[in-house]
Design a protein around this ligand. Structure first.
Ligand code: B12
Ligand code: SF4
Ligand code: SF4
Length: 295
């Protein structure tokens, strides 16, 4: 059935699919525990420690984890003031739909098949699963890097009650050129594959409330008002990569928002126009705050 699964995914433009083992993921647990001790967490991560390292706590009859990559690179636009991962319609919407199509296909072909699909907001570490499923290797900037599409790939997964054979982890490392560390806007890449997310520009553009002067300084280091791509843009593994073959990531793009428009638009109109965009999840107030940093 694994062969059929891979073929079905390919037919649906999902080139990279693999199976992660079931853990428990003690090595990830060690990394995560250190991050907790250092206070290096954002609150966007799953809060229950055990759930992050043991998938059976999320699905008691689990037998395998299907992991997929979704490349999103469409090129670099000089005039962009948004980071690359939010150009398209919200990736959560696009990817959830695709994972559900895979789940439904398996339901139609396997007796008593059960599944749970996640993108970004699930209990496990998406990157850890992609690494375990052999879909890419890990970079010093924290990213999962794929040979064909670089690190501009989203990761989604399906917990399933069918015993698909696990793949081998990709234990190569990145080139370790340390350009990501040298160029990091928040100087928050530690060098061991983790970051201090509280100083990461991407986090600062997403957190609520007032920004401290030091945080405003980090935002000003480039002109993006949402997210940050620097540690990926400078990475040699992202040179000469392929653009995404996924139609939804190529169409209906917004790579520049008009700060005056966002400031003057009503909440209702903002939600109507941008509610299906991932840069809108914190509301227009946060976006306006980010825009004001550049006035
Ligand atoms: C919280 C979060 C954030 C936080 C913290 C990020 C961080 N680095 O921890 C903030 C808001 C800063 C953030 C920013 C971004 N994020 Co984010 N984020 C998440 C989230 C929800 C949890 C991440 C987490 O648990 N971090 C804690 C650390 C310890 O776990 P981890 O990063 O998963 O673990 C890897 C590293 O620690 C590394 N590692 C550990 N030990 C070692 C040892 C060695 C030798 C090496 C080389 C590596 C290494 O490998 C681990 C996996 O095996 C995930 C989705 C999810 N549920 O997993 C998305 C996710 C990581 N984000 C994603 C993206 C796209 C981004 C941004 C690029 C968005 C942007 N353009 O602004 C930036 C990138 C910043 C960066 N350098 O990481 C993607 C990454 C895809 C990829 N190819 O790797 C994810 C997986 C979402 C998705 N499903 O696609 N994010
Ligand atoms: S996203 Fe930006 S601030 Fe965050 S680690 Fe990468 S370069 Fe540093
Ligand atoms: S920029 Fe260099 S050190 Fe950083 S992830 Fe890429 S290859 Fe590794």
């Amino acid at each position: 059935m694994k062969k059929e699964l891979i073929e079905f995914c390919k037919a649906n433009n999902i080139e990279y699919v693999g199976i992660a083992n079931l853990g428990p993921y003690e090595d990830f647990g060690d990394v995560w525990k250190k991050q907790i001790e250092k206070g290096h967490l954002t609150g966007f991560e799953e809060k229950e420690f055990e759930k992050r390292i043991n998938p059976t706590l999320t699905m008691s009859n689990i037998k395998s984890i299907i992991v997929c990559l979704f490349p999103y690179y469409v090129g670099t636009f000089e005039e962009a003031n948004l980071s690359k991962y939010v150009y398209s319609t919200d990736y959560h919407i696009i990817i959830k739909k695709k994972l559900e199509i895979i789940g439904q296909y398996l339901k139609d072909n396997l007796k008593n098949f059960e599944y749970k699909a996640y993108i970004d907001t699930g209990p496990l570490s998406d990157r850890y699963l992609a690494y375990k499923a052999g879909l890419g290797f890990r970079g010093i900037n924290g990213h999962i890097i794929n040979d064909k599409y670089g690190s501009y790939v989203f990761i989604g997964y399906i917990l399933s009650n069918y015993p698909f054979e696990p793949d081998k982890p990709d234990d190569r490392t990145c080139m370790k050129c340390y350009k990501c560390m040298d160029n990091c806007l928040g100087q928050c890449i530690t060098g061991d594959g983790t970051i201090n997310p509280l100083k990461c520009k991407s986090y600062l553009t997403q957190k609520k409330g007032e920004l401290k002067l030091s945080e405003i300084g980090i935002l000003r280091r480039n002109h993006l008002v949402w997210g940050c791509d620097t540690c990926q843009d400078v990475c040699p593994h992202n040179k000469n990569i392929d653009k995404t073959p996924i139609e939804e990531f190529k169409t209906n793009l917004i790579y520049n928002i008009d700060c005056d428009e966002i400031t003057n638009i009503s909440h209702k109109d903002f939600n109507k126009k941008y509610g299906d965009r991932s840069f809108s999840w914190r509301g227009k107030k946060v976006l306006i705050r980010n825009c004001e940093v550049f006035i």
